[in-house]
Design a protein around this ligand. Structure first.
Ligand code: FSO
Ligand code: SF4
Length: 545
């Protein structure tokens, strides 16, 4: 059967090879083609912007925003709306034309720069050259994919910082220049391998930017018990990673008798001091993104998706799903608003008032808030527990959760860890074990949740601090194991970031990315000791003896 599409960007890709007829995520061939074309015109934008910058022309920040928003819209489970994607393609082509007119010389531009989209048919006709398989050499294709997917994750984090008024011109310039290099056929596999690591280093910088933006705006996360039950008011459920959207929603719902609950990756928001003043910020409802079909149904009220991961909604709750930012789904209402603008969430609030309160599905509390500042506040306790041998090892189990049955591995792994091991986590991966009673060691919880997937930055900072405290030369000498679950492209930038920090022997599961060709996978194994996972018993033995 010939391919109707090709996408292999996430962990759930069909047969761990590629989605070729329809996405396992529900993405349709036409949507996939439009995402490919959007990526293509954004690479062209990168080429033009990079040339303009070398010619000394100042490029407006709006152009950087266009690139990051385009990349974000192509992340897994972010945008399924063909009209929105086509609109982005048209706008980007218009920007390409206007920016090209400012160049002194167009000699260094590829032919692609001259292409202008008109109707959807013209866009779909371009999908062949825009798609992943257009790169014939499988290693070059693999490296280009690794970099592209890392850039998507980086763009998402840059966007979150940007809505809080923080941007980094160097990171924006890097993004454009790297996108441009993905169109450059003269780059060898070695060049691209080096570029992947540079992308990781810039990923660290952007995660640091976001960390500072978040903590400057909302304070440093602190240990927080989060209610997982429900109250008696109608509620709005907010999912995704955008803290600025949450802030605006909390402000606008204050005094309305509508409560706000978090879902999936929004859970760590409860740990920020700035959000604690809202009495109607009730708790966390449900689990990781992939359980939303049942959980959005039983929530009864409207749901706001600020970022991925959106699962194509069922008809029984679709009219309650709202999207904003890079997210889109045909038939779901979209709340507009650019960075810096105040979004109007009144349609969601009015909708909530007509809905019954959420149906309780769980009760009790879970604990979050162990970002770097909070862990440093406990540093003396942690260091003495390590010195006394009460804590033998730490295991970083950050990353994503997903539907795959094989992910029960992470629950069993956590449950069966030796009692002197502490888990450091971030991202939605934690839902596989954050409701187990892990206990504590000398008052230090055995599960330390630093926050969202971008807060893996916190985990890296904690590891670097421990290295310093114990006077080690190499971060890899720490009693620290990395056993990371991945799903989508933010995990790719996190992985590249960790590699750029010199962290070795990362275990990645539940499967290794399909976009790694055998040769590229070998490089990662030989240079960085990356490996997959095996069985819980064998891995426990290998990691902890
Ligand atoms: Fe999860 Fe989805 Fe945060 Fe991802 S909710 S899977 S890595 O978007 O971004 O951890
Ligand atoms: Fe398949 Fe993942 Fe791409 Fe969706 S995002 S089409 S599941 S590889």
């Amino acid at each position: 059967m010939s391919n109707a599409m090709f996408c292999y960007q996430c962990q759930e890709t069909a047969g761990n090879k590629g989605c070729t007829q329809v996405g396992v995520c529900g993405k349709k061939p036409e949507t996939s083609a439009l995402q490919d074309v959007l990526l293509y015109v954004t690479k062209v934008l990168g080429q033009i912007v990079t040339l303009l910058r070398t010619q000394g022309v100042t490029v407006e920040h709006g152009v950087d925003r266009m690139a990051t928003a385009n990349l974000f819209a192509t992340i897994t489970n972010a945008n399924f709306d063909d009209e929105m994607l086509a609109e982005r393609i048209r706008n980007t082509c218009a920007a390409n034309k206007a920016l090209t007119a400012q160049l002194n010389s167009t000699a260094d531009l590829s032919d692609a720069a001259l292409w202008q989209a008109s109707d959807k048919a013209s866009m779909l006709a371009k999908a062949g050259v825009a798609g992943v398989l257009h790169t014939a050499d499988e290693d070059i294709r693999s490296l280009r994919s690794l970099i592209t997917l890392g850039l998507k994750g980086m763009a998402a984090y840059a966007k979150h910082a940007d809505v809080l008024g923080s941007s980094d011109p160097e990171a924006d310039a890097f993004l454009h220049a790297t996108l441009a290099k993905l169109l450059d056929d003269s780059l060898s596999a070695d060049d691209l391998t080096a570029l992947a690591l540079e992308t990781g280093s810039m990923g660290v910088r952007v995660m640091a930017l976001l960390d500072t933006a978040n903590t400057s705006a909302y304070g440093h996360p602190e240990i927080t018990e989060v209610n997982i039950g429900v109250g008696s008011n109608p509620g709005i459920l907010i999912s995704g990673h955008d803290l600025r959207d949450l802030e605006m929603l909390l402000q606008q719902t204050e005094g309305t008798d509508v409560d706000v609950y978090t879902h999936s990756e929004m859970l760590p928001a409860h740990a920020y001091p700035a959000f604690k003043k809202y009495a109607h910020f009730k708790g966390n409802y449900g689990n990781a993104w992939w359980k939303q079909k049942e959980e959005f149904a039983s929530f009864n009220g409207p749901v706001l998706l600020t970022t991925n991961c959106l699962v194509p909604p069922s008809d029984n709750y679709k009219d309650r799903v709202y999207t904003t930012g890079a997210v889109g789904f045909p038939g779901c209402r979209h709340i507009p608003g650019e960075p810096g603008e105040n979004k109007d969430f009144s349609p969601i609030i009015d909708h909530a008032k007509t809905c019954p309160p959420p149906t309780q599905i769980e009760s009790g509390t879970i604990v979050t808030g162990f970002a770097h500042n909070q862990v440093f506040a406990l540093a003396d306790k942690v260091v003495s527990a390590v010195k006394s041998g009460a804590i033998k090892k730490f295991v970083v189990m950050a990353g994503c959760d997903g539907r795959a049955k094989s992910r029960t591995y992470y629950t069993e792994f956590a449950r069966n860890l030796p009692k002197d091991v502490v888990i450091l986590t971030a991202g939605c991966a934690k839902y596989r074990y954050n409701k187990l009673d892990m206990g504590n060691i000398n008052g230090i919880p055995r599960l330390l949740d630093a926050g969202q997937c971008n807060d893996c930055y916190s985990l890296a900072i904690i590891a670097l601090k421990l290295k310093e405290v114990f006077g080690l030369n190499d971060i890899n000498e720490l009693p620290l194991v990395f056993n990371i679950g991945w799903y989508e492209q933010k995990a790719v930038i996190v992985l590249l970031a960790l590699l750029s920090l010199g962290i070795k022997n990362i275990h990645l599961g539940p499967t290794l990315p399909a976009f790694l060709s055998p040769n590229v996978a070998n490089v990662l194994v030989e240079k960085f000791g990356i490996s997959g996972i095996t069985t819980v018993q064998d891995d426990l033995k290998a990691f902890f003896g």
